[in-house]
Design a protein around this ligand. Structure first.
Ligand SMILES: Nc1ncnc2c1ncn2[C@@H]1O[C@H](COP(=O)(O)OP(=O)(O)O)[C@@H](O)[C@H]1O
Ligand SMILES: [Mg+2]
Length: 254
């Protein structure tokens, strides 16, 4: 991706090798103490990272900062080496697939098919190509019979799948998902893991409480506690460390 700035050094641009760079991010909701304190981390190309932390630890808030839905009081975020700021946001959004914690926030068109073709058509993909791609995604997500139905006729889990299909329709090179397995049964959790593992996506950052699922899909774990990232480690070893998980409010065997 090409830089927007003519003099990277002067503007403190980050090396383009990182897909995400978060530096000293502090975020507080209005009139409250900060939810995120001085958070710094990077994601390299090819990394699949699980964002963990107890309910209320700030996972959604962090993800919403990274996609520019919230603006931190302090700190900076770079995506592909480009500083996230209002003027770069439209360009950066084109590369980021973001799945909201609540799938209803993602779906707004009259039919499921229109929801899945909306993004690509908005970016100038021809209707025929967008529809072909959407039909394939509907099959992948078991929704082919629902193409012309309203999302209001779908179950919670089906809405989740429709929202994921709408995100993948854009073929994002950075995928950021907030609790993607909510409402999915074990078979669909497995299918979703398989779909995500097949994607050519450059990097994934996935917030989830679904620890065992996260263990199948991601390699690295970031754990949010007390407003900062207390643990940044290999996912597999963390999932074997029930004592540490218990300490951060994520009991795995109980
Ligand atoms: N819109 C909001 N206004 C004020 N506080 C909020 C708002 N959204 C979330 N919070 C608070 O921020 C903290 C982190 O929330 P959130 O990022 O949703 O956590 P998580 O996704 O890890 O469950 C919680 O204490 C929550 O109550
Ligand atoms: Mg959340």
């Amino acid at each position: 991706m090409k830089s927007l700035t003519s003099n990277p050094q002067l503007l403190g641009e980050k090396p383009q090798t990182n897909v995400i760079t978060v530096e000293n991010l502090t975020y507080a909701y209005p009139h409250q103490k900060p939810v995120l304190h001085d958070i710094s981390f990077t994601l390299n190309p090819g990394s699949r990272v699980g964002l963990m932390g107890a309910t209320g630890s700030g996972k959604s808030t962090l993800l919403e900062n990274i996609i520019g839905l919230k603006q931190a009081q302090q700190g900076k975020i770079w995506i592909h080496g480009i500083l996230l700021e209002p003027k770069t946001l439209p360009q950066l959004r084109r590369h980021i697939g973001f799945g909201f914690q609540d799938a209803n926030d993602q779906l707004f068109m009259p039919t499921v098919l229109e929801d899945i073709t909306f993004g690509p058509r908005n970016y100038g993909i021809s209707p025929a190509v967008a529809i072909d791609k959407a039909r394939q995604l509907l099959v992948d997500f078991g929704l082919e019979a629902y193409a012309q139905r309203s999302v209001h006729e779908l179950s919670g889990g089906q809405r989740r799948l429709a929202a994921l299909a709408a995100i993948l329709a854009l073929e994002p090179d950075l995928l950021i998902l907030d609790e993607p397995t909510t409402g999915l049964d074990p078979a669909w959790r497995r299918t979703l893991a398989q779909i995500l593992l097949r994607l050519p996506t450059q990097a994934m950052l996935i917030a989830s409480h679904d620890l065992l699922w996260l263990g199948k899909v991601t390699q690295r774990a970031l754990v949010l506690t007390g407003g900062s990232i207390q643990i940044d480690t290999d996912m597999r070893s963390l999932l074997q460390d029930s004592q540490t998980l218990e300490q951060v409010g994520l009991p795995i065997d109980w």
